[in-house]
Design a protein around this ligand. Structure first.
Ligand SMILES: [Zn+2]
Length: 117
């Protein structure tokens, strides 16, 4: 990856990390960062079941599969740039929170959605 360090992808004390992330997902994320041209601060990526529960994730969360990230975002301009970059890289599932963006590309889930929290 050109824009991320492996250490940016980790769960809790459980030890799950970068190794559990889907490689194609990471390639696309790196490409999205390139297109966006603004920093992506990863709030959450791979999650074990316990951490997912703590984080309020759904039981079928793509975080459990290493197919999702939450990116810190509080500016409307950065939100636009980040979503644009992600879309250009092929992401088509987004969640918009007050201070973060969720993006995943789980092939088993419905495409072309933007939800809110
Ligand atoms: Zn964990």
């Amino acid at each position: 990856m050109n824009h991320f360090d492996e250490s940016e992808f980790k769960c809790c004390a459980c030890g799950l990390d970068f190794e559990e992330m889907d490689p194609d997902f990471l390639r696309k994320l790196d490409l999205a960062r390139e297109y966006a041209g603004v920093p992506f601060k990863i709030n959450s990526s791979i999650r074990c079941k316990e951490h997912n529960k703590e984080a309020g994730g759904s039981k079928t969360s793509s975080h459990l599969e290493g197919l999702a990230v939450d990116i810190a975002c509080t500016s409307s301009y950065f939100r636009y740039k980040i979503i644009k970059g992600l879309m250009m890289a092929g992401f088509n599932r987004f969640g918009v929170g007050m201070d973060f963006l969720h993006a995943d590309c789980d092939p088993d889930k419905a495409k072309e959605l933007i939800w809110t929290y």
